[in-house]
Design a binder for this molecule. Structure first.
Ligand code: AMP
Length: 353
């Protein structure tokens, strides 16, 4: 079953709930592989009904990231899920983020103009329909603050109005007037969030929207994106969202490489094995009694060569992401490496063996 609109999903879920059936949600960005399918299996095993969302969420991509290039393979995804009793929800970006009247009033940058400049111009000009009452002055102030926040988030944006930039244009004009879910900075200013400012705001926003659309009893997330999992667990707790988050283990290829939709862009898969090799070596050292994080970190360097650009290798607590100086059974080792243009992440919990 394939649905493209929120209305269709809501109607279907309503029927299921009236029948007393439990509902599981598996949020994905598509380009499905065995890692995603393990989440689907977990949901189908636990819940009466499963919704798999397939949506490349523009709100979680930064200006210089691979939103345009991200693989979109809906036909193949539907084929992979056929034979499984699931509802696939594949909305358009407009369905998930409809532009409001306010968004339409915010100008996109003119040819060659930077977004910074267009927003500053807009802040200075104000939004004309809102200038008319004292109540609207407060609103304009609010809007101004919102714009300035967005300005900070988009400060590297430089763009023209060429068709290739449509996706980014959509991003800006729509998000100017959308409500965002902003998880605590303590959780998002580190690891992946450090090089991807605003990424987890986009993730939490779309996941919260999916929770509101599907109203699942359970939602399934992979430990592959461990920081994301921890942040979503925190959001659910803090916002009292009535859903239970189920964490699913990382699915790897035979060679140990964690499956990822981005693996298909790797020119040399061998180089990508470095992430798992580093993690396994750290685990072996830890199992042999080395707990000093500085020493454990040093063991990684013998595996890295000029083709690996190490973004981070960090030891953090599995619940609150606090940094660890001494490794223990609650420590997760996080690694991110760029291999050519492809950025890969992996992690490992140092459970006591
Ligand atoms: P994505 O489509 O990359 O946003 O991933 C959708 C969900 O699948 C997320 O919860 C990921 O953590 C999970 N996932 C992706 N790759 C894997 C994997 N190799 N093993 C387990 N879960 C995965």
């Amino acid at each position: 079953m394939l649905a493209h609109t929120i209305k269709e999903v809501r109607e279907q879920v309503k029927k299921w709930k009236q029948e007393g059936l439990s509902v599981g949600l598996v949020p994905t960005m598509g380009a499905l592989h065995a890692g995603h399918l393990s989440l689907v299996e977990a949901s189908v095993g636990k819940c009466d009904k499963t919704v798999v969302s397939v949506f490349v969420n523009p709100a979680q991509f930064g200006p210089n990231e691979d939103f345009d290039k991200y693989p979109r393979t809906l036909e193949e995804d539907v084929r992979m899920l056929s034979g499984r009793d699931v509802l696939i929800f594949a909305p358009s970006a407009e369905e998930m983020y409809p532009s409001s009247e306010l968004a339409k009033q915010v100008p996109l940058p003119a040819q060659g103009e930077s977004v910074d400049f267009a927003l500053i111009r807009h802040c200075e000009e104000g939004v004309s329909p809102m200038r008319q009452s004292s109540k609207s002055t407060a609103l304009t102030g609010l809007l101004r603050r919102l714009l300035c926040k967005l300005l900070a988030m988009t400060k590297q944006h430089k763009m023209d109005n060429s068709p290739q930039n449509n996706a980014v244009s959509f991003n800006l004009s729509t998000f100017l007037s959308s409500t965002f879910v902003v998880p605590p900075r303590f959780y998002t200013d580190k690891l992946c969030g450090k090089s991807r400012p605003g990424h987890f705001d986009g993730v939490c926003t779309v996941v919260a929207k999916l929770f509101n659309i599907v109203q699942p009893d359970y939602a399934f997330f992979g430990e592959k994106d461990r920081q994301q999992l921890i942040i979503i667990q925190k959001m659910v707790k803090d916002l009292n969202i009535p859903v239970e988050i189920i964490a699913c283990p990382i699915v790897r290829g035979e060679n140990g490489l964690a499956l990822s939709s981005r693996n298909k862009y790797l020119k040399n898969k061998e180089e990508a094995l470095v992430l798992n090799k580093v993690l396994l070596n750290i685990k072996a050292c830890y199992d042999n009694g080395i707990v000093d994080v500085e020493s454990l970190t040093e063991t990684a360097y013998s595996f890295l060569n000029k083709n690996h650009s190490l973004e981070y290798l960090e030891f953090r607590d599995k619940d609150d992401l606090e940094i660890k100086k001494i490794a223990d059974g609650n420590t997760i080792v996080f690694i991110a490496v760029k291999i050519g243009e492809v950025r890969l992440i992996d992690n490992l919990l140092l459970e006591s063996s």
